[in-house]
Design a protein around this ligand. Structure first.
Ligand SMILES: [Zn+2]
Length: 410
């Protein structure tokens, strides 16, 4: 697919954009390399990381020195894990970016008879605006439900006969909780699909089954980034497998520490549709695994097995083993009696310590839950974690959840 005439033509267009960008001219001059002129040459250039981009925007605020041409839209990442990164588009870039969503909605099996619901305030995040605009332009009924209580949003879902809800996994779970407090079973609403993004949760099996049970709807995982655009969507016919919009990205999976292709490693993207702020060989920091089997949907796209497996910068090393917080999250969501939780990493002179702060479900016995989690955790992960059952409710999230926290040295 990477050899297709379409991708080659898009890559050549991207190379022209690089040659108009001060950032890229200076970068290649420092590298002592000529600017790439085609796809083959792009693939031979060094990768670039978020740190390089954030530094450039810090030195030349607000947009840095990448943009060339007339900017009409600007979006910003949430910056939950460090400095937020802004990314700008021209009108033409934006139009091309919306067309990626058409591909993703088709993979998700969304049609014109669906009604889409966006239960959050849009803010500067790219994903919400692009998903909403792409859907309305395709003739799909959409409601932006920012600035409302969760209760009012649930009533709106009922009143409008909503069939698809787009949210973070955490917020979809919170909606189910609030619905149950109101005596409303979300099963009785026409919602048939949850498109969930912003966190790894939709591909965490235990959380996913909680959500599917609570809503009586199919969970579809989606991922995208402000600096790249919308990237992938879970196949409606193949749970756990995400297809990448490979007509719009050159995707590579590389060893996080080397420029070498691997089956499981870091996702490296070259977005082909955004020319005002061109980007090549971007190390996303997302860990993914290539899915090599043929999909029942018949699509011949590069696919990921199990969505985003974790973030490189979140990895924990305990007793010489790499542990992703997602593994702990998956285990925690599989424990009955857990309503919400937080994973805290406490630095210490030996190995870091883990503390699990847990909010119990109303009907569960806190002492028993504490004992069960303490011993179950040790059995599952082969090291001990402190377990604290909190009486005060933990935070619920409308946007990206922050369940995993590294505490400072105290
Ligand atoms: Zn498929």
């Amino acid at each position: 697919m990477i050899d297709s005439p379409l991708i080659k033509a898009k890559a050549a267009r991207l190379c022209q954009a690089l040659a108009s960008s001060i950032f890229w001219l200076e970068r290649f001059s420092k590298l002592g390399m000529p600017l790439p002129k085609d796809l083959n040459e792009i693939l031979k250039t060094p990768t670039i990381s978020k740190t390089d981009l954030v530094q450039n925007q810090g030195a030349f605020p607000p947009l840095g020195t990448i943009p060339n041409g007339q900017v009409t839209r600007w979006h910003q990442s949430s910056g939950t894990l460090g400095n937020p990164l802004g990314w700008a588009d021209s009108t033409d870039d934006w139009e091309r970016l919306l067309r990626i969503w058409n591909v993703l909605y088709e993979i998700a099996g969304i049609t014109n008879s669906d009604k889409l619901f966006f239960p959050f305030s849009f803010g500067p995040f790219l994903g919400f605006w692009s998903a909403f605009e792409a859907a309305t332009r395709s003739g799909i009924y959409c409601i932006a439900a920012g600035g409302l209580t969760t209760q009012a949003r649930i009533r709106m879902i009922e009143r409008h006969g909503i069939t698809v809800v787009l949210a973070t996994p955490s917020y979809a779970l919170h909606m189910a909780e609030v619905g149950s407090g109101l005596g409303i079973s979300l099963h009785q609403t026409p919602v048939r699909t949850l498109i969930l993004a912003g966190e790894q949760g939709a591909s965490i099996p235990s959380l996913r089954s909680r959500l599917e049970n609570a809503w009586g709807a199919r969970v579809l995982d989606h991922h995208g980034m402000t600096e790249t655009g919308p990237v992938s969507m879970e196949c409606r016919l193949n749970p756990g497998v995400l297809h990448i919009a490979t007509d719009s990205y050159v995707c590579q999976i590389l060893d996080p520490n080397a420029d070498q292709e691997v089956e499981e490693g870091e996702l490296v993207l070259t977005p082909l549709e955004r020319l005002t702020m061109p980007l090549i060989r971007y190390r996303t920091g997302d860990l993914v695994k290539r899915h090599n089997e043929i999909c029942p949907c018949g699509r011949n796209l590069l696919s990921l097995s199990g969505g985003i497996k974790g973030r490189l910068d979140d990895m924990l090393i305990i007793r010489g083993n790499n542990i992703h917080p997602e593994a702990i999250e998956n285990w925690m969501w599989s424990q009955t009696g857990v309503a919400e939780f937080r994973i805290e990493v406490i630095p210490s002179s030996g190995m870091p310590k883990i503390r699990l702060v847990v909010e119990a479900e109303r009907e569960s016995d806190p002492t028993r839950l504490q004992e069960k989690i303490y011993s179950g955790f040790q059995e599952r992960f082969l090291f001990k974690a402190d377990v604290k059952i909190t009486e005060s409710p933990l935070e619920r999230y409308e946007m990206k959840a922050r369940r995993f926290r590294r505490l400072e040295n105290s």
